[in-house]
Design a binder for this molecule. Structure first.
Ligand SMILES: [Zn+2]
Length: 280
């Protein structure tokens, strides 16, 4: 199961999102422009037989990674059907926190709906970069243009999005216990600049879970910006405990708000505009 999850996130999610965005060009870092052009052209047909034929051809040419991806994409497309708009994924309860705790291993229908909405033509979303699609290749970075674009309505102060430095995995030499299960991220100040560390390493940057976890930590960065001190964070934890610390309550408020809001806005968009994009 874990293996499938990793496979999905690292290999299939970009392809799934390419379909979710329906004709919008998604940049898949690949081996060569010619292969990529053929892949994109074939994916646009949304014809499983044609996609499988290209996979066989690419395998003969030694492009096994892309061939594997295409075969999975063909399976996915075969399962996809145009759903009527009354089959839109349900909205999310803005007060439900249960989904915040566990890192999901697959994209759900709502993730795909949100991705399709974010990438819908004419919305002006910036193109994905390598860090969006292949998070495991980067250990330190700022927010990507895509992340800033999605979160900008919720973070009106530019520096809250442009200043923080994100770190993935543990610093060199740190013991593995430094990344206990369930510790998804923490934010700290270094020379006045916010740093956010995700000790468990990267997750797919394209699902809502990631965007909202990022928003949670960016809220802490904003709290630091308006004067919160490290001493205050420890004092508050000691006094109220983690769950009831006002610092955490505020961060979880934004995390939940954005999680529910992205689903709501995507849903309303497709109810108005239709047709619903394809979902597996
Ligand atoms: Zn927090």
């Amino acid at each position: 199961m874990a293996k499938f999850g990793a496979l999905f996130w690292c290999v299939l999610a970009p392809v799934a999102l390419a379909f979710a965005s329906r004709g919008q060009l998604v940049i898949l870092p690949g081996k060569g422009k010619t292969v990529m052009e053929r892949v994109m052209e074939t994916l646009k047909t949304e014809d499983p037989a044609k996609i499988r034929a290209l996979a066989r051809q690419l395998r003969k040419e030694g492009e096994t990674v892309m061939a594997d991806r295409l075969e999975m994409a063909a399976d996915l497309v075969a399962k996809m059907k145009k759903a009527p708009t009354d089959k839109l994924p349900a909205s999310v309860d803005p007060l439900d926190e249960s989904y915040l705790l566990n890192k999901p291993t697959t994209l759900d229908q709502t993730d795909l709906m949100v991705a399709a909405w974010l990438r819908a033509e004419g919305k002006g979303a910036p193109p994905f970069i390598t860090a969006d699609l292949y998070p495991e290749q980067v250990t330190e970075r700022g927010l990507t243009p895509h992340e800033m674009w999605v979160l900008s309505p919720y973070f009106p102060v530019d520096s809250d999005l442009t200043a923080p430095v994100l770190h993935f995995g543990l610093p060199p030499g740190a013991p593995p216990e430094a990344a206990p299960e369930g510790l998804h991220a923490f934010t700290y100040l270094e020379w006045g600049r916010a740093h956010i560390r995700f000790p468990g390493g990267p997750v797919s940057m394209l699902g809502r879970w990631w965007l909202c976890m990022l928003a949670h930590e960016l809220t802490h960065a904003a709290q630091f910006r308006v004067g919160m001190t490290a001493q205050e964070t420890t004092d508050t934890l000691a006094r109220y405990g983690y769950n009831n610390s006002p610092i955490e309550v505020q961060a979880r408020f934004y995390q939940r708000l954005i999680y529910a809001d992205l689903a709501r806005r995507a849903r309303e968009y497709f109810l108005r505009r239709g047709p619903l994009p394809v979902f597996p």
